[in-house]
Design a protein around this ligand. Structure first.
Ligand SMILES: [Zn+2]
Length: 284
């Protein structure tokens, strides 16, 4: 078989017996080696990921050891005691937490491949899912809807905002307004390249990941409060209503790491030879 007859789809087969029938159906004869989705995989996402690892692996490691703590302490816990359907509830709760973890992985994957905006959308999904679990823990009426398959996540923030720290509302708003809904980032002229010439985009993406982990941790710990021996964030003075305490090792760790991210990928840093937009990428 001649080398030039190999199909550009990389199947290793001859072009005429592989993809040619498809290309001729579309009357496509040009640029068969430069087709958009395969180019994305081969020429962009993989090389970007390599340079991401070189630039950001230390920060990712430090977010990761924190993530271990979050999942080790909360992952296996089932739902609090409920009148019926306990097994089903426990299983649903664990599955939901598992999916939150997978969405965080997906967010990291996007970020590592230069997809900053898309990484943020996934983060907003993870946070919403953790708020849903809190909603179910706090409201039997919502739980009953959930058990009958009629639960809706609409207005979940309204229902749980009294149970979470105030600044979370602002952060959640930031992710919603800028990533999920059409916002200023959607019109920022951003092209993924190896790897984030705009350091502040990379820094901002890493910070998003860290803050998401923190929010999920705080929210899930609140949802599981009665099942925990030693919570990090919540303290119950009168046994009925846990209060958030700002002073704890996790919050301190997150603040330190946040500062480190700012230092390493400074938001105002401008490199020679790159063009920058005035659009802001950071939570205020
Ligand atoms: Zn082919």
């Amino acid at each position: 078989m001649l080398f030039s007859n190999l199909c550009p789809c990389e199947s290793g087969k001859d072009f005429s017996t592989c993809c040619e029938p498809y290309t001729s159906l579309l009357h496509k004869v040009e640029r068969l080696d430069e087709t958009v989705l395969l180019s994305w995989i081969n020429r962009y996402s993989l090389p970007i990921q390599d340079s991401f690892k070189k630039k950001a692996s230390t920060i990712v490691f430090r977010i990761s050891i924190y993530a271990d703590i979050v999942f080790e302490s909360l992952y296996l816990l089932g739902f609090r005691l409920f009148r019926h359907d306990q097994e089903n509830l426990d299983e649903s709760f664990r599955a939901a937490k598992h999916n939150i973890m997978l969405s965080l992985f997906a967010s990291l994957s996007c970020l590592s491949q230069g997809l900053f905006l898309q990484s943020g959308s996934l983060i907003r999904c993870c946070i919403e899912d953790s708020l849903v679990l809190l909603d179910l823990s706090e409201h039997d009426s919502q739980l009953i809807k959930f058990l009958s398959g009629n639960y809706l996540a609409n207005n979940v923030l309204k229902r749980v905002k009294q149970f979470i720290p105030k600044n979370f509302l602002r952060w959640y708003g930031h992710y919603s307004a800028n990533f999920i809904h059409f916002g200023p980032f959607h019109t920022a002229p951003y092209i993924p390249r190896a790897c984030y010439p705009d350091n502040y985009v990379l820094g901002s993406g890493l910070e998003n990941l860290l803050l998401a982990m923190y929010m999920i941790h705080v929210v899930l710990e609140r949802a599981h409060f009665n099942q925990l021996q030693k919570p990090f964030f919540w303290i119950s003075h009168n046994k009925s209503y846990p209060e958030f305490q700002e002073n704890n090792i996790i919050t301190q760790y997150v603040h330190n790491l946040q500062k480190e991210i700012y230092l390493k990928f400074h938001p105002d840093k401008r490199e020679k030879g790159y063009s920058y937009t005035s659009k802001t990428y950071r939570a205020k």
